[in-house]
Design a protein. Structure first.
Length: 417
């Protein structure tokens, strides 16, 4: 590892710094320099004051390398920053120094310093990025390599930034659409659980003092209360939630066969499955557009996409497309033989190939799919929200009914006397 070698030879060290700008805003990050004095001089030259510097120990360096992660949004912002600074004419070596000094994410600062170290050693940016395949997928690295070879790094970074921003837009829309219903369901569950576990047992104690029959509905809820208050059941429930969250957290680590099985189950869900299918089509259309604009052949693009997709189905589609493209098939015929894409998708690609306007058609496919996904999600939410309110009302009504039935029996017994 070149960064570590340079540290061992004392050619350059990594320092952790805290500093303030002229307006008093606090900054913290990493900086590479030959000495503490040089690091301070660089920071002062950047307009920082009240500087505190400490050399990064090896365990801190390893901790940042292994455990600190970059979010999708941070990768997107990094790509946009590189594209804009290249456009502004920044020297390539200084560019990564500026990003390292301005970012609050220590992992990103470290990556920028590693890239700078590679550039100083005569290596390419893509060589440095290959060490972080958990952050930068093969398509990203492959396109950066093409940009370096062709001298079109700015154009490539611009296209990558657009691609990541469009992907982020769809993800954000999907996540923001799910936040409200998930929050309501969670609150509903907690309220119902609290009523059944804490209120019903006390009610049962009161009922035992009266010689009245306990209604069947109340008996059922009391039995549910016993089950839910059982520590063993609670432990099992939390274990299931924990295992499920781990499953989704490490979904990318599953074998392609299991991923395909899970995705097929999701696709089989009415309406939601259709939305997920369209999201997959949109991702593939954007990837094809990115490959086309980069100047990479579709066959080479499919090889890179196969490694970059975290979806089992999309990986399988990329593998099969490679096979048909190797046999000399046109893209349209290859897409048709895969039997995954919708007729609209294939016909638009066919029109693009026949007219020589494939890039325009791919762009139109993306716009159409974005609009359709947005419309479908909004329609789903407009139907889901009132259904959720009705469901909540029914649950609360059942609980209240189960509470008032025995109270009515007690009142009836007392009035007899």
């Amino acid at each position: 590892m070149k960064m570590e070698v340079s540290r061992e030879r004392k050619k350059g060290k990594v320092y952790n710094y805290i500093a303030y700008d002229e307006s008093g805003v606090r900054y913290a990050g990493l900086i590479e320099a030959y000495s503490e004095k040089e690091a301070e001089r660089i920071l002062r030259g950047g307009g920082y004051r009240k500087i505190r510097i400490k050399e990064l120990s090896r365990w801190q360096y390893n901790f940042i390398s292994i455990f600190v992660r970059l979010s999708y949004q941070e990768v997107m912002l990094f790509t946009r920053q590189v594209a804009e600074m290249l456009k502004a004419g920044f020297p390539i070596a200084r560019l990564f120094d500026v990003i390292a000094l301005s970012t609050s994410n220590k992992k990103l600062a470290l990556i920028c310093l590693v890239i700078k170290e590679n550039l100083k050693s005569g290596n390419a940016i893509s060589t440095a990025l290959q060490r972080y395949t958990d952050i930068f997928n093969p398509v990203y690295i492959g396109l950066v390599r093409i940009g370096e070879k062709t001298g079109q790094l700015f154009d490539i970074m611009e296209e990558l930034a657009k691609y990541l921003e469009e992907e982020h837009k769809v993800r954000s829309k999907l996540i923001s659409s799910l936040i409200y219903p998930i929050f309501v369901l969670l609150i509903t569950f907690l309220i119902v659980w609290g009523l059944i576990v804490f209120i019903f047992p006390k009610l049962f104690e009161v009922l035992q003092g009266f010689d009245v029959p306990i209604p069947l509905l109340t008996q059922i809820l009391l039995k549910i209360s016993e089950i839910l208050s059982n520590p063993l059941i609670l432990g099992l429930g939390f274990s299931v939630i924990f295992i499920t969250s781990l499953f989704f957290r490490f979904f990318s680590e599953l074998s392609p066969q299991y991923k395909i099985l899970v995705e097929k189950i999701i696709f089989s869900i009415p309406y939601i499955g259709y939305i997920m299918f369209k999201i997959y089509e949109l991702r593939f259309a954007r990837a094809l557009l990115l490959v086309l604009r980069s100047g990479m052949s579709f066959l080479e693009g499919m090889r890179n996409l196969e490694q970059s997709f975290d979806s089992g189905i999309m990986k399988d589609v990329a593998i099969r497309l490679q096979r048909y493209l190797k046999e000399g098939e046109y893209l349209t015929n290859s897409l048709y033989k895969v039997k995954f894409f919708s007729p609209f998708f294939i016909n638009m690609i066919k029109t693009g190939e026949e007219t020589g306007e494939l890039e325009t058609m791919l762009d139109k496919i993306c716009q159409n799919l974005e609009f359709e996904i947005k419309t479908k999600i909004e329609a789903l939410l407009s139907a889901f929200e009132p259904a959720l309110v009705v469901f909540l009302g029914i649950i609360v009504g059942i609980i209240l009914f189960a509470v008032f039935l025995p109270i009515a029996s007690i009142i009836g017994t007392v009035t007899k006397y």
